[in-house]
Each structure stands twice: as C-alpha cells, then as structure tokens.
Design a protein around this ligand. Structure first.
Ligand code: G3H
Length: 496
C-alpha cells in the first residue's frame, strides 16, 4: 500500500519526506507542496518543500558519496542495481497506485511502467558491466610521423554528481532511465521529481534505499520549481544534467554551466500515410500512437499527414476506433483519462477553439468535464491552425491532407521539433527515402513512434533535445574518456 508497510518510513503525518544522506527527512521550514489528483482535482498527497540550503547540503553529500562509489567494483554496483530492480518489481502495485492518483495514468499502464522500469534497471546493470569493463588500446605508429613508441589505454570514468529531472508522464520510468546509467557508471545522484509524480518517485527511490546503496549516493529533493529549480540546474556541484520535459529544458541548457547535458523536450511526431499503406494497420497505430495515455507522451502521433486519395477511408477507420475508446477515471483502466492539470486542459481547449474558428472538421463533438477531455479527431486541418504545429499533450489529433509525399516531408521538417516520425507504406524503398528526408531523431516504418524498447537509442533534433538516450548511450553520456599513455624509450613491435 502507498505510504504503508515498507513505505511507512517515507511518510510523516500526511507529508512525504525527502531523501538525503541515506535517510528520509523533513524540511526545516515545515512547508509542503500539494499534489493535485487530476481526476478529483483535490489534494491527493503532499511533499516537502525543500529549501536552497537543503539542496546545498544534499549536493555536498552526493559529492562525497560519489568518491567512494567510484571505487566500488563494477560487479558490486551491478549487483545492487539488480537488487533494486527486483524490489521495485515486487512493489509494483503500490507504486502504480501513486501513478494512478498523481498523474491519472490508467491502472494497467501504471503497473507496466513500474515493471518496465525494473527491467530497464537490470538491463542497465548488465550493459554497464560489459561496456564499462572494456576500453581501447591504441598505438602511435598508425599516425603519420610516429614510431611505435606510445601505447594509449582509454577507459570510461564517472562524471561526478548527476542531476536527474524526469517529467510527469513517466515519473518512474524516466527517472530510472537516468538513475541506473548514472549509478552503474560510478556517479552519484540528485533527483528532482516533477510535482505530479513526486510520490511515485519517492516510493521508487525507497526501493533503491531498501536495496542497500551507500548513504548519500542517491538523493531526492522535492519542492517548488520557483524556489529550487534554477538553483539546482545552475548549482556548481552538478556535473551532468539529464532532463526530460517541456521547453523549460531550453532555458536550462542556456543557463547550465560547462557540463554534459541530456535533454528530451517533446515532439510533434508526424505520421505520413502513403496511398499504398495498409489502412487498418495505420488506423490502429494512430489510435495507439495518438491516444494512449490520452496523448500525453512526447512520442505520441501528433499530426497525421495523409495522401488525399486515401484520407476519407483512413478518417472513417480512425473515427470508428475513436468511438470505441473508453473515457473515464484511471482506476477503471479507461483508455482516455483526465489530463494532468487544469492548465493543461485549458491549453488543449485553446488549440481546439482555434481550430474550430479556422474551419477544421470535428469528427466528434468537443467534450470536456474538468480535466477529462473526450478523444477528438480534427480533419481538414490547415497550416494556419495552431494545432498543426503545437503539441497539445492531450487526446486531440489533427489530420492534414496532403497531395504529395514532398508536402508531408515539408510539413514534418518545418516543425521546430524533431523527435520521431513514422511513415506507412508497403514500399520499403520509398519508406527509406522518406525516413532519410525526415529531420527527426527516429523514423518508424509501419508503426507508431515510441521510445521503447528501452535499450534502443532515443534522441531528438532541433527543439526536441540534446544528446541521445537509450541504455548504452546514457551510460556513455554519463562518463568521460580517460587516457593513459605509456611512453617507450624505443619503438616496439609485437611481431617481426
Ligand atoms: O514522453 C516521453 C517518453 O519518452 C515517451 O516514451 O514512447 O515509451 O511512451 P514512450
């Protein structure tokens, strides 16, 4: 159960504690931050409002803990990660319950998020022992003018303290996708969860605590972004930032110091549909890609670009499937659940109104109750409508009819975003040409965009991000190359 049993020590009265120096703590000010349940729109949980002073302490502790963690054998780091993964999966139900209450994620998807996270942690431990267990050996005589008098040995060393900032939509999975690579690579961690999702994160962190990681290695501070947000991201003790979220990431990257950044900042993923596509396959992928978790995924299909000749048929098929989506509370495992906040629902409504004024065809009537917005397909969307370019992060999907493949590619590439995209066609040659032409980090052929499986590289270009994620890339990103060069008095050759 949430906040009980093994989780009892993370709760003080009705306020969840923060985690520093291997202990669950209350902030000195006694202030808290309320977490609003998107479904009831009432306060569900409260977390500590940490101060800048408390952040400073945690940073110091993380810095000291990292020094001895870097000396901990790789196999031992992996062993602890495997243990944490098992504990996380063992407690999937209480953590999933937090997800249901804090971010209105459907019940089954919430459980899947926790299980997927455990698998990610285990995979990361295994990948880490392989890729960190080997380095490079270079000899000098391959470069012009050199004799074989220098041997260069390279290895990967940790960066120091990693600041991890996950988003509300995957507060557990996108937290462990930062935590596990950071730890296996020998870094320590300061985690700043999103407000919606903070309690899920705290439960997840407790699983790492129960696994027995050294004190101070993992720390988790909660609080108001306005109080500790910039303070954390500009903190001189931070050696790397891994952030997933909205355009706040652009501001963070401008303010951060000279440290490695990993940023994933959303997308406007286009789905290009050619005349020869399997329209049933396209329709089911549009439903899965556009409406799962009510469209609140950075990799959601956010605009359909369909050839005019098949547009009527496709819209009819998608409409029929939209009609079957269940709408309601996450506890009932509804397909469409309330969006995360009232301000998000208002933003989505603004996009819908703009499309209405500019003449889009509504395939369903627009309906909203509180934060719950019924799924909506907008046909005949034109480039002058905001919904053609902005990401609603909600269950509203625009369809733009195109007359050529070039028109589709042009629309995709005119976006500020470049996360993923997809193309549906039976012609693999055309698919490859289109994939090459789309300015996005990934193109899916005949499937909706998606980040997973979690070991695949995941990256955006333009305003969609900096760097590449996925387990291997994240481990590499959270390390530095260190070289040791052995200089020999005379050239040496192994043979001859
Ligand atoms: O919301 C951003 C996530 O990285 C998307 O992940 O494709 O597994 O839903 P997903």
């Amino acid at each position: 159960m949430v906040g009980t049993g093994v989780f009892a020590e993370i709760l003080d009265g009705d306020v969840y504690k923060y985690y520093g120096d291997g202990e669950w703590k209350k902030c000195a000010s006694g202030k808290s931050v309320a977490i609003i349940n998107p479904t009831t729109r009432k306060t569900q949980y409260k977390v500590q409002a940490c101060s800048q002073e408390e952040v400073n302490k945690v940073m110091e502790i993380a810095k000291a803990a990292q020094k001895s963690w870097a000396k901990t054998p790789l196999w031992k780091r992996a062993e602890l990660l495997h243990k944490a993964a098992a504990i996380l999966k063992e407690h999937k139900f209480p953590i999933a319950e937090c997800l249901v209450k804090e971010i209105a994620k459907p019940a089954k998807d919430s459980v899947t998020e926790v299980v997927r996270s455990g698998d990610l942690v285990s995979y990361c431990a295994e990948e880490g022992v392989r890729i960190l267990g080997e380095g490079k050996f270079l000899v000098s005589d391959s470069f012009p003018g050199n004799e074989r008098t220098k041997y260069c040995l390279t290895s990967k060393i940790p960066l120091g303290v990693v600041l991890a900032i996950p988003p509300f939509n995957y507060p557990v999975n996108l937290a462990v996708s930062k935590i596990a690579p950071a730890l296996i690579a020998g870094n320590s961690l300061v985690l700043k969860p999103p407000t919606q999702g903070a309690v899920s994160c705290l439960h997840m962190v407790h699983c790492f605590h129960l696994a027995g990681f050294p004190k101070g290695l993992i720390n988790c501070v909660t609080g108001k972004g306005s109080e500790i947000g910039d303070f954390l991201t500009m903190h001189p003790g931070v050696n790397c930032i891994s952030f997933t979220g909205g355009d706040t990431g652009i501001a963070i990257s401008k303010k951060a110091g000279m440290i490695p950044l990993q940023m994933e900042l959303g997308g406007k993923d286009a789905c290009i549909v050619l005349e020869d596509a399997d329209l049933d396959l396209v329709a089911s992928n549009i439903i899965k890609g556009g409406f799962s978790y009510s469209g609140q995924r950075c990799t959601a299909v956010k605009v359909v670009l369909v050839m005019e000749s098949v547009a009527d048929a496709l819209v009819e098929k998608v409409k029929a499937k939209v009609a079957k989506l269940t709408v309601g509370p996450p506890e009932e495992d509804s397909d469409i659940t309330p969006v995360v906040s009232e301000s998000s629902a208002n933003f989505i409504e603004g996009l819908v109104k703009d499309a209405k004024e500019k003449g889009a065809t509504f395939c369903q009537p627009y309906k909203r109750e509180g934060n719950l917005i019924w799924p909506l397909l907008l046909d005949h969307v034109r480039p002058d409508m905001r919904i053609a370019w902005e990401e609603p992060f909600g269950p509203v999907l625009p369809v733009i009819r195109i007359n050529s493949v070039e028109e589709g590619i042009h629309h995709c590439n005119a976006s500020n975003f470049g996360l993923q995209g997809c193309v549906f066609t039976r012609d693999i040659n055309k698919a490859m040409l289109i994939s090459d032409a789309m300015e996005t980090g990934t193109v899916q052929i005949n499937s909706a965009p998606a980040r997973g499986p979690d070991h695949f590289p995941f990256q955006g270009i333009k305003d969609s991000g900096i760097g590449s994620q996925g387990i291997t890339n994240s481990i590499n990103m959270m390390t530095k190359i260190k070289s040791t060069v052995i200089n020999l008095p005379t050239p040496t050759y192994t043979t001859g």
